[in-house]
Write a protein that binds this ligand. Structure first.
Ligand code: NAD
Ligand code: ZN
Length: 352
């Protein structure tokens, strides 16, 4: 679990006092990984006070995090610093949350981040890492994974050392997220809840978080709340949804959207929506609810995304989806291989 949390509008202002006691010495800097969209955002940048060798790295979230990107960042940091950093601070959406977690892990673990994709392969604790989400939905701020695209697959580094040591939840920072992006990333949370709550791995611990997040999502996306109230509630929904899947598992939407992401570069939030819209046979009641939410917020999903794919590309997507065995087992049950065929998956992809 995340060890420490502060929540509140304006709480980002406490960043410097939260970090101060974590500084190891003058040679060990804090390094900030920040979504480049905030380069000229004074509201965020002016609140960061740099001392000694601290520095900022602006990173585009145009593409989802890659193993090679993490390895390069770590190499760069090692070359540029006199000592192992005091901490890594990630500021942004799921992309930046995952990069910060992965870089913090790889500063204390040898080799390439690719070697640690999977479950519980990390050997050493990460350097101190602090997360500041600026868009709500992925739950990456609370989860015990960091999802990376590698040469062969998209897979998380799942470990007890992955979660942040500290998170600052400040709903003010989500001001300015464009409507479509707000919807797609928010739906990631809704889909986490649906997949966790309807999965075979569900347990009371996970269910209680999932139900809370599911109810908050319904409020945010289907009722008339004030703008700030929506920001507050979606941030907490993201947190609870993340907690729910951390102790259960996601399902069919995530399995298929990992394929879309790997082969077509379609990002997680929108990819999940494109997939989920075709999953009536798995999640009938919630797909209807999802379409109601889309209508209410004037969302038009792209269509025909798999139209021009070659057989080889379909095969790649299907391979990626099927390799995520725990997701299928959660969604369908132990005997999932009896009902989930390559043909069925291809048919679903074709409909998207
Ligand atoms: P993102 O981080 O890519 O951000 C989406 C867009 O919103 C970007 O263009 C970004 O610049 C913009 N943005 C963010 N905050 C903003 C703000 N306050 N104002 C204006 N624009 C803002 O997207 P995401 O949906 O948050 O994250 C997706 C990533 O999260 C994927 O890489 C996915 O694999 C990962 N993910 C991780 C976990 C996990 O548990 N580790 C879970 C789900 C998803
Ligand atoms: Zn997700």
């Amino acid at each position: 679990m995340v060890s420490r949390i502060v929540y509140g509008r304006g709480s980002f202002g406490q960043l410097n006092e939260i970090l101060a006691p974590e500084r190891k010495n003058e040679r060990a800097p804090f390094i900030y990984l920040i979504d480049s969209i905030f380069k000229t955002n004074d509201n965020i940048i002016s609140k960061i006070s740099l001392s000694y060798d601290d520095y900022l790295i602006f990173i585009s979230s145009e593409e989802e995090p890659k193993v090679s990107q993490v390895d390069l960042l770590v190499e760069d940091i090692i070359l540029n610093t006199k000592a192992i950093p005091s901490g890594i601070i990630g500021i942004g959406g799921g992309t930046l949350m995952d990069l910060a977690k992965a870089v913090a892990l790889m500063l204390t673990n040898n080799g390439s981040s690719e070697e640690y994709q999977g479950w519980d392969l990390v050997k050493n604790p990460a350097v101190y890492h602090l997360g500041v989400p600026t868009i709500s939905g992925t739950g990456a701020e609370v989860s015990r994974t960091t999802v990376l695209n590698g040469a062969k697959m998209k897979l998380g580094i799942n470990s007890d050392f992955t979660p942040f040591d500290q998170v600052i939840l400040d709903p003010d920072l989500t001001e300015g997220v464009p409507n479509e992006q707000w919807f797609y990333t928010g739906m990631d949370c809704f889909i986490h809840c649906v997949e966790a709550l309807n999965g075979h791995f569900i347990n009371t611990f996970s269910q209680s978080y999932g139900e809370m997040a599911y109810a908050l999502c319904k409020e945010v996306f289907l009722s008339d709340l004030k703008h700030q109230e929506k920001q507050n509630k979606l941030m907490m929904a993201s947190w609870h949804g993340g907690m729910s899947i951390a102790y259960s598992q996601v399902g069919v939407a995530h399995a298929l959207s990992y394929g879309l992401s790997f082969v077509l570069g379609i990002k997680h939030g929108i990819g999940n929506c494109i997939v989920f819209n075709q999953l009536q046979s798995f999640y009938p009641k919630d797909v209807l609810l999802f379409r109601q939410m889309m209508g209410r917020h004037n969302i038009q999903l792209p269509r025909g995304v798999c139209e021009n794919l070659s057989d080889a590309q379909f095969d790649d997507m299907i391979d990626i989806a099927l390799r995520l065995e725990p997701l299928w087992e959660n969604a369908v049950g132990k005997d999932w291989k009896q009902t989930i065929s390559r043909e069925l998956i291809k048919e679903l992809y074709r409909k998207m």
